[in-house]
Write a protein that binds this ligand. Structure first.
Ligand SMILES: [Zn+2]
Length: 451
């Protein structure tokens, strides 16, 4: 048995049902599971110790929406809305290959880990013919770094020729998508408790996918026991597209196609109304809210308070780095709180509510009940942020709120499944400088070849 003791944290924010926060507490992990949390002496002798003094421990963060491949097309198409942004970038993304995906996923997942994220999804929907096995490449990156990973086998099968937005060169035939999605689940998906790897099936969006693929994806995912993900109601352009093409608003269309249920999560859901929110809550359908991306693309602000009132599970996501140059999930906590207050503080989120979205909420969205909180019996995924430096001087009135409402430049330590992934602000399992060099080299190659 491997026993890791995180000793004497200034505060442990458990994010349990009661919102328990303990001052001067320690956490003992045994074989990847939290065995004890308390303020006294832990039982037995640990094999390894981490000094928690000067830190606040929170559950490892859970990222519910991302497109890792976009890490190498940051700072492109900078000042336009979603549809123009997509039309500018699709022809660049059409050149993706395994070297691109490897560099992008290593940089992107490293940045997530350094922001305190222990579990991430990825929505990879660009699979041009001959690009290679991009899903397996990013799975290897997550394994190398030591992160819990829930990648989606994404897809697009509605090209320009058939009235879709993406060019025909980046879409796949419907049959091929369904077959490769099945293969991805059979090859990689691990449903067991404490799983480090689960697959979801994720057609991209109403304007890049056929009705047939949307309908058959639900049948396939449900027969395999995996979750379903797609973009929904990100912009008003999308709403207009759905009304013109199908005579229905986005959520009505999803209901028509069998896409409501507790095994489904939608990215964004900015433009849904109170009736839609009630329907999400009634069906247990989840939302991955990505406030920085929504603001960057001028899409709007998701009605998160309304979703919470309707018992909709809500998590946070950084979204793809082409529409949020930072892969900083900790930063999304503050961003979610600030965005929710744009119309006043009355219905805005508190800092602790925003933290709950990034932890418990995200775990619910991904269908995980063993991560997202610090409780005995749960997986030992812990993020420790230093609060003893310049950034947090003067936050003694409420150090937890001071951390969440301010800025955390890097996690000090990140533990995933009882093992250190970040120690003293640096990756444990990979060389950050080498990953950076690879990312810069590949990013320059893309600009020179396709910019
Ligand atoms: Zn997205």
């Amino acid at each position: 048995m491997t026993r890791l003791l995180i000793e004497r944290c200034d505060h442990v924010v458990t994010v349990d049902d009661a919102g328990t926060e303990l001052a001067g507490a320690s956490i003992l992990a045994e074989d990847g599971v939290i065995a004890w949390i308390g303020t006294g002496a832990p039982p037995g002798e640990p094999d390894e110790r981490i000094d928690g003094r000067g830190t606040i421990a929170i559950p490892g963060l859970v990222n519910t929406h991302h497109h890792l491949y976009q890490t190498l097309t940051r700072a492109w198409s900078r000042d336009v809305g979603l549809f123009q942004w997509l039309v500018a970038l699709y022809p660049v993304w059409a050149h993706i290959d395994e070297a691109w995906e490897r560099a992008a996923s290593r940089v992107g997942l490293s940045l997530l880990a350094l922001s305190g994220c222990s579990t991430s999804t990825d929505h990879h929907y660009v699979h041009p013919e001959g690009a290679g096995d991009l899903l397996t490449v990013e799975i290897e990156s997550a394994r190398e770094l030591g992160l819990r990973f829930h990648p989606c086998r994404g897809s697009m099968d509605l090209g320009e020729r058939d009235g879709g937005l993406p060019p025909d060169s980046v879409v796949e035939p419907t049959e091929v998508v369904l077959e490769r999605s099945r293969e991805a689940v059979e090859r990689h998906h691990d449903p067991t408790p404490g799983s480090m790897l689960r697959i979801a099936i994720a057609p991209c969006s109403p304007f890049s996918v056929t009705e047939r693929l949307m309908r058959e994806s639900t049948e396939l995912a449900r027969s395999l026991g995996v979750r379903l993900h797609t973009h929904l109601a990100e912009t008003l352009d999308e709403e207009r597209f759905c009304i013109e093409r199908f005579g229905m608003r986005p959520l009505e269309l999803m209901e028509e196609w069998g896409w409501l249920g507790d095994d489904v999560w939608f990215a964004h859901s900015v433009h849904l109304d109170a009736k839609d929110a009630r329907r999400l809550g009634e069906t247990g359908t989840s939302v991955a809210s990505c406030p920085s991306s929504n603001l960057r693309l001028g899409a709007g602000i998701a009605p998160v308070r309304t979703y919470l009132e309707e018992s909709v599970p809500v998590g946070l996501g950084v979204d793809g780095p082409s529409s949020n140059e930072a892969s900083d999930l900790f930063g999304e906590i503050r961003q979610a709180m600030l965005a929710s207050r744009a119309a006043g503080t009355e219905r805005g989120l508190t800092a602790r509510e925003a933290l709950r979205l990034a932890t418990r909420g995200g775990a619910d969205v991904l269908g995980r009940h063993d991560v997202g909180s610090l409780e005995v019996g749960g997986r030992a995924d812990v993020a420790l942020f230093g609060v003893d430096g310049l950034d947090h001087a003067g936050t003694a009135a409420d150090p937890v709120a001071g951390l969440l409402m301010g800025e955390a430049r890097r996690v000090r330590h990140l533990i995933v499944e009882g093992r250190a992934v970040v120690r003293d602000g640096h990756l444990v399992n990979a060389d950050e400088d080498e990953i950076a060099r690879e990312g810069h080299r590949e990013g320059r190659r893309i600009v020179e070849a396709f910019g």
